[in-house]
Design a protein around this ligand. Structure first.
Ligand code: SF4
Ligand code: SF4
Ligand code: SF4
Length: 275
């Protein structure tokens, strides 16, 4: 990645999030959106700024700032189900609020601009998984990515069934399913990490959100590119990549290209500054 371009990233991120914050504040007449998206934009910009200053834990700082805010404040205190069930719930109600806005920005349209930045910097599931010991996979990738479609369909069927059954007190059920969903995600994620010796096994095979994230991030404007003139094919970038991305291939079809979480481990470890 060119240095000049890198310096622009925190500014672009901040401007994009401020634009979203102000637009939603004015159109929804709710000042919460101004605070919410400003907080997220500032956290992201701060993390990238720290990364530029070569602070080792820059990404972890952002993960904790945003992940804890979303899990504890939005999820547990404000009782907003920001998981995929919450998205279906708001969508079926025809409401563009909370989880539908979150999904539109972070997981459906946002990835066209910043790829799977959500997965690298903001997801509260990965915030915990990234503390586990298998930062780079110790075993080859398995061909079981189809599981994500099962979990995606299950979440859709679950919320559809609640609507079709005309269940009352949906808000409460959504809150309970948020807690239960997180317990299941953390339990499964930690279990898979140890079973496959790979912190990100849950992300690679099970997470239903990747059904949205992967196709959108294929077209991402912001992506890691390799300067072929500098690259000496040492393979270090692939060795440290938590998502098995063939980052030396600049084509959009590169192996596991839609898995890149923009963690910058490859950039940090390239001995020739080719990325
Ligand atoms: S793949 Fe799913 S669990 Fe993993 S970081 Fe992305 S949204 Fe979070
Ligand atoms: S680490 Fe750098 S030099 Fe080595 S293969 Fe990757 S891009 Fe090329
Ligand atoms: S190491 Fe590089 S290619 Fe792999 S996920 Fe992180 S940023 Fe993407």
């Amino acid at each position: 990645m060119e240095k000049k371009k890198l310096h622009l990233v925190p500014v672009i991120i901040l401007v994009v999030f401020e634009a979203i914050a102000v637009t939603l504040w004015l159109t929804k007449h709710n000042i919460f959106y101004l605070f919410n998206f400003s907080y997220i934009g500032i956290s992201l910009a701060l993390g990238i700024f720290l990364f530029e200053r070569k602070y080792k834990h820059a990404r972890r700082v952002v993960q904790l700032l945003i992940g804890l805010y979303m899990l504890v404040y939005l999820g547990l205190i404000s009782r907003e189900n920001m998981q995929i069930e919450g998205f279906w719930y708001y969508l079926f109600n025809g409401v563009f609020e909370a989880a539908t806005i979150h999904y539109a920005v972070a997981k459906i349209f946002g990835p066209l601009l910043f790829g799977r930045g959500w997965c690298g910097y903001a997801c509260w599931t990965a915030m915990v998984l990234d503390f586990l010991p298998f930062k780079t996979p110790l075993r080859p990738r398995k061909n079981i990515g189809w599981i994500r479609y099962v979990t995606f369909a299950s979440s859709l069927v679950f919320v559809s069934a609640l609507f079709l059954a005309g269940v009352e007190n949906m808000e409460r059920i959504m809150f309970i399913s948020f807690i239960a969903g997180n317990v299941i995600y953390y339990g499964t994620g930690i279990g898979l990490a140890f079973a496959f010796k790979d912190n990100r096994a849950f992300c690679k095979y099970v997470c239903p959100v990747t059904v949205f994230l992967k196709p959108a991030s294929y077209f991402s404007l912001f992506r890691i590119k390799c300067d072929k003139d500098k690259c000496v094919n040492c393979g270090k970038c692939k060795k440290v990549c938590p998502m098995d991305v063939d980052v030396t291939d600049n084509s959009r079809k590169r192996k596991n290209g839609t898995e890149c979480i923009l963690c910058m481990e490859c950039v940090k470890n390239c001995p020739k500054k080719a990325l």
